[in-house]
Design a protein around this ligand. Structure first.
Ligand code: PBG
Length: 322
């Protein structure tokens, strides 16, 4: 036998595998999503997301500090307000939970990048991402509220605004509002391609944001569509998005790859709550090696073309990577 090609030559030891490895994960790739709630000393584990918590502001600061110590320098904050109403007033209140949380984190940890998720669903009593009239989520009236929210987040010290509610025109609406208020230096990380996904289930438990009627298919994307994803990304690009996100991540690696090939902006992918919950659950049952599977999924997401990964594993796995 005279085999010329023997790929196994480059797999014989961990040292040589490390030498030829094409994709490497680093804590610098990670954004750590955190849920902030009212109260003091609150660290309430989310039942369907072991290892993730509703944190009061004091506990949030501790969690961000701990993540920072293992090399995670970016967080994205989701507010869980005490009061909800039809128009999500707490989302843009000067002393809203998110605004106070941003100020506290930036005060204590100046070099940590704070990304503010920009949506209304955690703040509305009906759980939809916008203003409702006759059972419909209205687009343009919602844009004004998102813009207001973005400005108040920037005023509180947010480094990046991440609009996630899939209203048409949300990037340009937020861009204009930020610019008018002197925040032309604040980037927008757009949830450009966001699917109507069953994988958001645990998040809705964490944020108490399950829609009280209907679902989000009237604004989030149909999982069956990929050309439409290009159109969504293109629109956000034209409106001035600085980064484009695909969400969820693992079931949509083809979309991450396609967006990567078409656009030169940094690409982010969100490994969402349901992706996290599945790995945690199977790990707990002893059916898979949780850490190994988690690292494998994150590597796949990066290999597909994502520069930035939002993941609930950020803190836990950063330790393993350094
Ligand atoms: C909307 C928002 C959602 C997530 C992030 N931003 C929920 C939704 O669209 O229902 C989900 C993230 C996750 O599941 O981890 N504000």
């Amino acid at each position: 036998m005279n085999l010329v090609e023997r790929p196994r030559r480059l797999r014989r030891t961990e040292t040589i595998r490390a030498l030829v490895r094409e994709t490497r994960l680093s804590p610098d790739d990670f954004v750590y999503p955190l849920f902030v709630c009212e109260g003091e000393g609150v660290r309430r584990e989310i039942a369907s997301m072991p290892g993730a918590f509703n944190l009061s502001i004091d506990e949030l600061v501790k969690e961000v500090e701990a993540a920072r110590r293992v090399g995670v320098r970016s967080v994205i904050l989701f507010g869980v307000p005490g009061e909800k109403d039809a128009v999500g007033s707490e989302a843009y209140a000067e002393d809203g939970i998110t605004q106070r949380a941003i100020r506290a984190v930036k005060r204590e940890l100046k070099d940590v990048l704070v990304i503010a998720d920009n949506c209304l669903c955690e703040y509305t009593d009906h759980g939809h991402c916008g203003v409702i009239e006759d059972g419909e989520v209205l687009n343009d009236p919602t844009l004004n509220l998102l813009a207001r929210t973005a400005v108040s987040q920037a005023q509180s010290g947010a480094d990046i605004i991440a609009p996630s509610n899939m209203m048409d025109g949300f990037v340009i609406a937020i861009r204009e509002a930020l610019d008018e208020s002197g925040f032309e230096h604040i980037p927008i990380m757009s949830y450009a391609v966001k699917y109507a996904s069953g994988f958001y289930g645990p998040f809705r438990e964490a944020a108490g944001s399950t829609p009280q009627f209907g679902d989000r298919r009237g604004y989030q994307m149909d999982p069956a569509n990929s050309r439409e994803a290009m159109r969504e990304a293109e629109l956000d690009y034209e409106q001035g998005a600085d980064m484009l996100m695909v969400k969820p991540a693992l079931p949509y690696l083809d979309i991450i790859r396609a967006v990567r090939e078409r656009f030169d902006l940094p690409i982010a992918a969100y490994q969402v709550s349901g992706e996290y919950a599945m790995i945690k659950a199977a790990g707990r049952l002893g059916w898979i090696d949780e850490e190994r599977v988690a690292l494998e999924t994150l590597t796949s997401i990066k290999r597909a073309g994502s520069d930035i990964i939002l993941t609930y594993f950020a803190r836990e796995l950063a330790q393993r990577l350094t």
